[in-house]
Ligand binder design. Structure first.
Ligand code: SF4
Length: 90
């Protein structure tokens, strides 16, 4: 993991910790088995729908689009959706 990615990941995890400490539920932490990191697109799609309630949706999506090779759901997008988005943007 390069330094930029490590720092961005740390910042995102710190944000999730802050939301959790303030009592704001982060869906992928409340339901860690809901498909976020599954290899099955349908499972990831289910997790991605749960992201709509997340207080860190925008920041998580930005991270996932900045680092499209990360596996799994980020910010309401499956890994396939993020890679397609990155290709269009690039
Ligand atoms: S947006 Fe989704 S994947 Fe990202 S922290 Fe929130 S629940 Fe987890």
């Amino acid at each position: 993991m390069n330094a930029d990615r490590a720092a961005a990941r740390r910042a995102l995890l710190d944000l999730l910790d802050a939301h959790a400490a303030a009592g704001r539920a982060v869906p992928c932490r409340v339901q860690p088995d809901a498909g976020w990191t599954s290899d099955a697109p349908g499972d990831q799609a289910y997790g991605a729908r749960l992201c709509e309630r997340c207080p860190a949706l925008d920041q998580c999506r930005a991270y996932g689009l900045a680092f499209p090779k990360e596996a799994g759901v980020y910010g309401g997008l499956t890994d396939l959706e993020r890679r397609r988005g990155a290709r269009k943007a690039g």
